[in-house]
Design a protein around this ligand. Structure first.
Ligand SMILES: Cc1cc2nc3c(=O)[nH]c(=O)nc-3n(C[C@H](O)[C@H](O)[C@H](O)COP(=O)(O)OP(=O)(O)OC[C@H]3O[C@@H](n4cnc5c(N)ncnc54)[C@H](O)[C@@H]3O)c2cc1C
Length: 390
């Protein structure tokens, strides 16, 4: 078996490298390198989004008829590998990776024509309204009340942990439209403008000081019925479809490989040898992530959706990031946890300086990787049932 890329794909790689070296200015590189949060900060993310949109490369996974570049699975992999190697900012997944695929799979033609171009251009910025104070892992218990009133739904209740709700102009949300049967059969999927009267966003500040997530309150918020995706009370079907993309639609492997290489350079700069056993376990996890991603990409390339393997990928990729952040702290020592930026060694390269400055924030924030998007325990339940058939 020949696992090398064809000459045509290597030419494609050179084109991507040439584009990245020109398009990624110092501000964007710095924004990515100094990002200590779970998500890329909004300003850096949206600037990079618009540059990629202008080039037609912002949604590598989208079909051409919806504005994707028409790339093969291999081209998509090469693109994300080169972006990771070049230190490009990460793009927010809520529009491109979640709401977009849902609209393609379950939206009306009118919804697709209205919303997909605005996700591509960056005109609309989305947040995800799934979790509530009483329903996270047990998502079907969600209670945000949506009462039908003519051609509107009237919403009362709240959502929590809503990433970037303070930047978003739209939310896709699951709401409760029926309480008579099984919890799953009374849920509806709605698209909600964030400037609707009665909707309020309150910040939740992380222990590291970052503001990424929020609580969102609904007080008689009126949403037109035309903003419903799928049938009333069939939101659970839409929700499950989206969760597979949330957990497995991206390309984590190249980013992890690039981060592992940075860790090795950081260790060399500090003259520190990292524990071999831990490094070996990290390498194995990253290899497993890459293999799973190839499997999922191949399924996507054949028009299928990611499947339950996305739960394996979500858990493993999160664990790898956590391991990387722990190793960085081990390497930098206690000063890294001393409240803020660790001192960079004298004459440190910009890369080492950025790693030192973000080590503590990443260490604390990446704890959330085994919670956000579904906890590791819940992913293991899914793997046990749907992959192992237990
Ligand atoms: C940084 C961050 C960003 C987030 N962004 C968003 C967002 O944008 N939109 C959104 O809707 N949500 C978001 N979330 C919420 C996230 O999806 C939930 O936190 C997650 O699903 C867990 O739910 P919970 O917090 O209610 O914990 P709980 O469900 O109360 O879980 C508590 C503990 O019990 C365990 N547990 C629960 N059920 C089981 C089970 N069946 N088997 C084994 N163990 C179980 C869990 O693993 C966990 O350890 C975000 C969360 C974080 C931390």
């Amino acid at each position: 078996m020949d696992l090398r890329f064809s000459p045509e794909l290597e030419t494609f790689r050179s084109d991507v490298q040439a584009f990245l070296s020109e398009a990624l200015d110092d501000e964007l590189r710095r924004g990515a390198a100094y990002n200590g949060g779970m998500f890329q900060d909004y300003e850096t993310n949206i600037r990079w989004h618009r540059i990629l949109a202008a080039k037609g490369w912002v949604a590598p996974a989208w079909p051409e008829r919806f504005g994707g570049p028409g790339w093969s699975v291999e081209q998509r992999y090469i693109f994300s590998a080169e972006c990771a190697a070049a230190g490009a900012p990460a793009l927010a997944p809520m529009g491109l990776g979640m709401c977009g695929p849902v609209l393609m799979g379950h939206g009306t033609e009118e919804q697709q024509a209205t919303f997909l171009p605005r996700i591509l251009s960056g005109e609309d910025y989305w947040c995800q309204g799934y979790s509530e104070p009483g329903s996270g892992s047990d998502l079907a218990a969600l209670a945000l009340d949506a009462r039908r009133d003519g051609d509107h739904y009237v919403l009362n209740g709240s959502k929590i942990w809503t990433t970037h709700a303070h930047h978003a102009n739209w939310m896709f949300a699951l709401v409760r439209t029926d309480r008579s049967g099984k919890p799953q059969t009374g849920i509806t999927f709605l698209l909600i403008p964030m400037d609707t009267p009665g909707l309020r966003v309150d910040p939740i500040i992380f222990v590291s000081g970052e503001h990424e997530v929020n609580a969102v309150f609904f007080d008689d918020v009126r949403v037109p019925v035309t903003h419903r995706v799928g049938a009333e009370n069939d939101g659970w079907t839409v929700a499950k479809y989206l969760l597979e993309f949330e957990r497995g639609g991206g390309n984590a492997g190249p980013g992890l490989e690039a981060a592992a290489q940075r860790l090795h350079r950081l260790a060399a700069d500090h003259g520190v040898a990292l524990p071999h056993g831990t490094l070996a376990s990290l390498e194995v996890t990253i290899e497993a992530v890459k293999t799973l991603e190839f499997r999922i990409l191949s399924a996507l390339g054949q028009g299928q959706n990611p499947g339950p393997e996305s739960s394996m990928l979500k858990a493993l990729a999160g664990q790898a990031r956590q391991q990387l952040s722990e190793l960085t702290i081990t390497l930098l020592g206690p000063p890294a946890l001393g409240g803020g930026a660790a001192p960079a060694p004298r004459g440190a390269t910009p890369e080492v300086a950025a790693a030192s400055a973000t080590a503590a924030a990443r260490y604390f924030n990446y704890r959330a990787l085994s919670i956000a998007g579904g906890t590791d325990e819940v992913q293991r339940d899914i793997i046990a049932k749907r992959v192992l058939g237990l």
